[in-house]
Design a protein around this ligand. Structure first.
Ligand code: NAD
Ligand code: PRE
Length: 280
């Protein structure tokens, strides 16, 4: 099968190379607003060639939208307007509500399957793409009742073959749980990086003293604003909901420190340790 990947960055590039290596894709055409990224993707053999969207759509059985989510909201209706009834379109975006709203009445809505592979890194662009990124992670399929049965079957086969575990969610549940489990961690890490950069003016000390603790909690702060600002714009309400709770929790630690109530501090850490039950 020929696949068109629109947005040949970390996720589009990683999916392209994964599907070529496992034989699902015979040929991958890249589409990207950045000619430099197309060149890099060809040089890294993530894609076979680069073409404009309309040309790529004439050849691809499956189209993967892998741009930031704001660009997707424009590209998805355009792409659905250009395909035949045999072609299938998916997106890999981190938010779903606005995207699904944008195509709810589209005559080709059934050819589209909304997906979210729950795997990634803090890096972006084709240089960051790797083949094993998705192995044994979870792929969320959203509002599957609105997709044609054959389109859904193809997309399930694609993800299951990687292999990934499939989870089905409605759009609101997807955006709420993504805010709670994924999006808040990024704000927390951006804020931590800003905190340390503000307080520790001696950058050499950051480099010397940073060990696993700081590095692991600040890793996500390296993530690109090009990807994350559109996510926060689209998922603002659920992110605000969980951010308020996060600020409350920070305030609890602050208040106990001020009161020198280290017994309660101990209990709070024990409560936090409960996360070990879920994530080993
Ligand atoms: N990074 C992650 O951890 C992760 C994980 C799962 C899903 N996602 C989602 O995957 C999508 C891509 O993220 P990424 O990390 O691969 O980003 P990226 O920055 O690595 O790649 C995005 C690519 O899209 C291109 N692009 C941007 N606007 C375009 C447009 N209008 N037309 C054509 N190309 C365009 C860019 O030039 C770039 O090559 C996002 O929607 C993101 O929410 C990201
Ligand atoms: O591990 C990372 O670096 C990620 O940011 C991946 C991550 C996440 O786990 O929050 C980020 C956004 C996605 O939509 C899915 C996965």
């Amino acid at each position: 099968m020929t696949i068109a990947v629109v947005g040949v960055g970390l996720i589009g590039g990683s999916l392209a190379i994964t599907l070529k290596e496992n034989g699902f894709a015979g040929r991958v055409i890249g589409v990207d607003q950045s000619a430099a990224n197309i060149d890099k993707a060809i040089r890294r053999r993530l894609i076979d060639e680069g073409l404009p969207l309309a040309d790529a759509l004439r050849q691809a059985g499956l189209v993967v939208l892998a741009t930031p989510v704001d660009a997707m909201a424009r590209l998805l209706p355009e792409t659905l307007g250009l395909i035949t009834p045999e072609q299938v379109v998916i997106d890999v975006g981190s938010t779903k509500g606005q995207l699904l709203e944008a195509v709810k009445a589209h005559p080709n809505r059934g050819r589209y399957v909304a997906t979210h592979p729950m795997a990634g890194t803090e890096f972006s662009g084709p240089e960051a793409a790797v083949p094993n990124l998705f192995d044994h992670k979870c792929a969320v399929l959203v509002d599957v009742k609105d997709s044609d049965a054959d389109a859904l079957e193809l997309v399930k086969r694609m993800y299951a073959g990687i292999p990934m575990q499939l989870v089905e969610l409605e759009r609101d549940a997807h955006d709420l749980h993504s805010a709670y489990v994924s999006h808040i961690s990024h704000i927390s890490s951006f804020a931590l990086a800003l905190t340390v950069l503000e307080k520790e003016r001696d950058e050499a000390r950051i480099f010397e003293l940073a060990s696993g603790g700081f590095s692991s909690t600040v890793r996500l702060a390296k993530s690109s604003p090009d990807m994350w600002v559109p996510i926060f714009r689209q998922n603002r309400d659920y992110v605000l909901d969980v951010l308020d709770e996060h600020i409350n929790q920070l305030a609890r630690f602050r208040s106990l420190l001020i009161k020198k109530d280290f017994e309660a501090f101990y209990q709070l850490i024990e409560q936090a340790n409960d996360i070990k039950r879920i994530l080993k």
